[in-house]
Design a protein around this ligand. Structure first.
Ligand SMILES: [Zn+2]
Ligand SMILES: [Zn+2]
Length: 252
């Protein structure tokens, strides 16, 4: 069992230390655990995000994880990554950062339009133009080849029964299929009954033939102990006839 969507208290809206997540994962029988806390960004403005680690905390995050990876190497494999947006103008900084810290992978969590300094949150009710922007920026991000998978692909908040939703999400699924990038079934949303994951989206993914990966999106270490919800999600996806994968491509 593997999970690549794990936060830590460094992003200000999660709790528990890296080590507490690792111990929970070992207890549950995970063979591999990937950390993907919310990436900082090197903003042009003095903007401070309340949902990401600060830029100067990144070094501590990576160093801590490297030490823990060594400490627990006989019990679990640890991968070091980040959950990142696709902020086009800041991508050179992100690419430099991935190299500098030798990150194993990043996942695409497309929460904000263009940059969270000014852009809207895609999880709020969107109009057609905004839904199109969500899909366009997901596609641009995936095409960079940097992201191992698309987290909560159905985060965009739009009437799922409208044909425009099907049209746009079909476009997204076709691109992910073409690029062979898995789409995430988000366990946090599933267990807390958010608007995602939604069945309409995953029926589209089934039709297109996308691979789907279950991501815990753990914001507390106990999420990794909840195997009941994990197995419920797996059965749900199997009922929909979806191909489940646990494997992602790494950057190194
Ligand atoms: Zn996210
Ligand atoms: Zn997340």
């Amino acid at each position: 069992m593997k999970n690549y969507h794990t936060h830590t208290k460094r992003c200000y809206h999660a709790i528990n230390t890296e080590e507490e997540y690792i111990l929970a994962a070992i207890k549950s029988g995970y063979t591999e655990l990937g950390f993907s806390d919310h990436s900082p960004w090197h903003y042009d403005s003095s903007f401070h995000s309340t949902m990401r680690m600060e830029e100067d905390k990144l070094k501590g995050y990576v160093c801590t994880l490297k030490q823990l990876k060594e400490k627990y190497k006989n019990q679990i494999s640890i991968k070091i990554g980040l959950e990142c947006e696709y902020f086009e103008k800041y991508m050179p900084w992100l690419e430099k950062t991935i190299q500098e810290y030798e990150l194993d992978y990043i996942i695409l969590g497309n929460h904000y339009d263009e940059t969270d300094e000014t852009g809207i949150y895609f999880g709020q009710p969107l109009n057609q133009q905004q839904l199109t922007k969500y899909v366009d920026s997901c596609i641009k991000g995936l095409r960079t080849g940097l992201y191992s998978y698309l987290a909560h692909p159905d985060l965009a908040y739009y009437d799922i029964y409208d044909s425009f939703y099907t049209q746009e999400m079909t476009r997204l699924c076709l691109e992910a299929k073409e690029l062979d990038i898995p789409l995430e079934f988000n366990l946090l949303g599933f267990s807390t009954h958010r608007q995602y994951p939604n069945e309409v989206f995953f029926k589209i993914a089934k039709k297109i033939g996308n691979k789907v990966i279950i991501g815990t999106d753990a914001h507390e270490s106990s999420a990794l102990l909840d195997l009941k919800i994990y197995h419920e999600a797996k059965s749900y996806l199997k009922r929909l006839g979806i191909e489940i994968t646990e494997d992602i491509k790494f950057l190194r």
